[in-house]
Design a protein around this ligand. Sequence first.
Ligand SMILES: *[C@@H]1O[C@H](CO)[C@@H](O)[C@H](O)[C@H]1NC(C)=O
Ligand SMILES: *[C@@H]1O[C@H](CO)[C@@H](O)[C@H](O)[C@H]1NC(C)=O
Length: 349
Amino acid sequence: MTHFVFWFLFVLLQTNPARAWVASNFLMTGSKAFLTYARSVQVGTQTGIEECKHQFAWDRWNCPDSATQLRGLRRATRETSFVHAISAAGVMYTLTRNCSLGDLENCGCDVSNNGKIGGRGWLWGGCSDNVDFGERISKQYVDAQETGQDSRAAVNLHNNAAGRQAVKATMKRICRCHGMSESCSVQTCWTQLSDFREIGNYLKTKYNQARKLDVDKKHVKAGNSADSRGAVVDAFSTTAETELIYLEDSPDYCRRNSSLGLLGTEGRECLQQGHGLSQGERRSCRRLCHECGLRVEERRTETVSSCNCRFHWCCKVKCEDCSQVLVKHGCARREDGPWFRRRLQQGPK
Ligand SMILES: *[C@@H]1O[C@H](CO)[C@@H](O)[C@H](O)[C@H]1NC(C)=O
Ligand SMILES: *[C@@H]1O[C@H](CO)[C@@H](O)[C@H](O)[C@H]1NC(C)=O
């Protein structure tokens, strides 16, 4: 009952968005339910940011910490669209998982369809992940942070929703066979969240296909105007909820730009060769170094470790020191460094 009153108040406050976050924050301080979810929200955001860093490890923009803080999110670029989507997805994912694992008092598996026929030869059964719960709670927490009334806020909210859609779109159906000696004449099935990696891969594709909204520049610059938000809402009424959108072109991620909190690609590591590299990894030196006007520099480090250890009677172990040379590559300025004149393995085009 207390939970109900609590959420009722919360929802009520949501209808006055300008004050809602501050007021609800104040109201809920010390509430057990709020604190329980707050921990999951924090863990979920972190899960999202770690996945962002993984997905962009070999790109010029590599999801730097500056991009995940408020200052970095003031712009609405293709990259910030991904940050919003993956964080929203992370929060929904964690809350949904928490729910299925029984971490949360007032929530459990989704059994609403159990016993019903799902398709030919199978019935709903078992513990389906409760994504509706995860979606509802994560929306309340994550979207409440978007207090602006401008076009950027509208775009950010859209991308948060796209992130939550990704969690649903990647869900899998898992089935178990029943019947005489595994004849599988009847199956029961439930839906389950994918690994978060799959959600990251899915959203990376959406990032590559992200659409720039055509909005009058004056509107975007005007900042906090409900007018500009209206213009954007019109513009993306035609955009599917699953697609990422942005308003502003990305800055040049090759160069350091301290006012935007960007470090540039100088000094970044790239992967030059090796078996089993992904396409992004194989292209990393070209994209991070060559295409940014930098050269690829070889860095050798020597490590010494024990090897060829032998046991001597009694009781000693004697080892030799073996050295191993580790070769790494990274981007460096063309005119820098002692190896400037040396012919590089893969010289600039
Ligand atoms: C939810 O799950 C995360 C990670 O799986 C965990 O760190 C967190 O403590 C859980 N929350 C609760 C309330 O148990
Ligand atoms: C930093 O980025 C802004 C916006 O793209 C640009 O106007 C400015 O010239 C850049 N500064 C440097 C030092 O590159």
